[in-house]
Design a protein around this ligand. Structure first.
Ligand SMILES: C[S@@+](CC[C@H](N)C(=O)[O-])C[C@H]1O[C@@H](n2cnc3c(N)ncnc32)[C@H](O)[C@@H]1O
Length: 297
């Protein structure tokens, strides 16, 4: 059974957070899904040339083409609005094809709406703006990446936020995921270990209207005790184990998502629910590839 979220080995070293489905080489209205029985099969199918995510129960080597629907009307003054609509349709197609078991096949409409609004192009380096709405991670400097839109949508959906929830993000990066959470109505606290990225995000977020997001530079391992407890915690770098301070800072009834596993290999995206009796339930969602969680010496 296929349970793979593939990455290009060459890109792992560049800090690819998660893999994408569509490629700039493919027409934007089409989404190609490649299914294989194993990671090895899938890598062979891809020939290492595409960044692709799959979570399908199809036969080996099946290739599925999904034709996306027509774009709804968008504001004429937003040059990226159409591209954002296409990005969301791609995300919906991936979720529908790749979801199942613990991962949703349909993302919450409020999450999709937010993805249609947040200007991802404003969170990537200028030279990469034209690729901002492809479903792929992109480099943001300092060996780090902005995550694949499908993964951002999936993680946001799985957190099941309600307006006003307090959310802690570890790994601010570009600030895009934080903006998505804020656009959804959450109170966002985000920590980034790379000083330059923290500074950039702290300037970018208010400039784009997300001034309520609180950005801190530091090692997210310790969480943000003064702002705790949190309704949700999202970690966007690969951790070898769950940092105990983060679990401590999660509210009973709260949800934490993190890519659990070794750096530079595939990790498992894991949902941790702290139940109201304070016991913990963990659910593995899908294999992913995130940049490593680093520590300050
Ligand atoms: C995949 S990127 C995050 C993408 C980001 N969420 C976005 O929307 O652009 C992971 C980020 O985690 C940061 N990071 C790694 N270890 C960290 C730590 N211990 N504390 C805080 N941030 C960390 C990296 O520097 C990197 O910017």
């Amino acid at each position: 059974m296929l349970r793979q979220h593939l990455i290009l080995p060459a890109q792992m070293g560049e800090g690819v957070a998660a893999s994408g489905l569509s490629s700039p080489a493919h027409p934007p209205m089409w989404t190609m899904v490649i299914a294989a029985r194993s990671l090895t099969d899938a890598m062979r199918l891809l020939g290492g040339g595409l960044v692709i995510l799959r979570r399908l129960s199809l036969g080996a080597g099946a290739v599925l083409l999904v034709l996306c629907g027509a774009a709804p009307a968008v504001a004429p003054d937003d040059p990226y609005a159409q591209a954002r609509q296409r990005m969301v349709r791609t995300i919906e197609a991936i979720a529908s094809a790749a979801g199942g078991d613990a991962t949703p096949t349909i993302l919450d409409p409020s999450v999709l709406d937010v993805l249609r609004r947040v200007p991802r192009h404003a969170f990537v380096p200028e030279g990469l703006r034209e690729r901002a709405y492809e479903d792929e991670p992109l480099p943001i400097g300092y060996g780090q990446t902005i995550s694949q839109p499908y993964i951002v949508g999936l993680m946001t959906d799985v957190l099941r936020l309600t307006r006003g929830d307090r959310v802690l993000e570890i790994g601010t990066g570009s600030g895009y995921q934080a903006a998505v959470l804020a656009e959804l109505g959450a109170q966002v606290f985000t920590i980034e270990i790379v000083p330059a990225l923290a500074q950039q995000a702290a300037a970018r977020l208010p400039a784009l209207g997300y001034g309520a997001v609180r950005v801190r530079q530091g090692d997210g391992y310790y969480g943000w005790p003064e702002a705790a407890p949190f309704d949700a915690i999202i970690v966007t770098a690969a951790v070898p184990q769950v940092p105990p301070p983060l679990l401590e800072q999660l509210k009973p009834g709260g949800r934490m998502l993190l890519p659990l596993g070794a750096a530079f290999l595939l990790q498992e995206l894991v949902l941790i629910e702290k139940l109201t009796d304070r016991t913990v339930r963990t659910t593995a969602l899908l294999p992913v590839a995130f940049v490593p969680f680093t520590r300050t010496p």
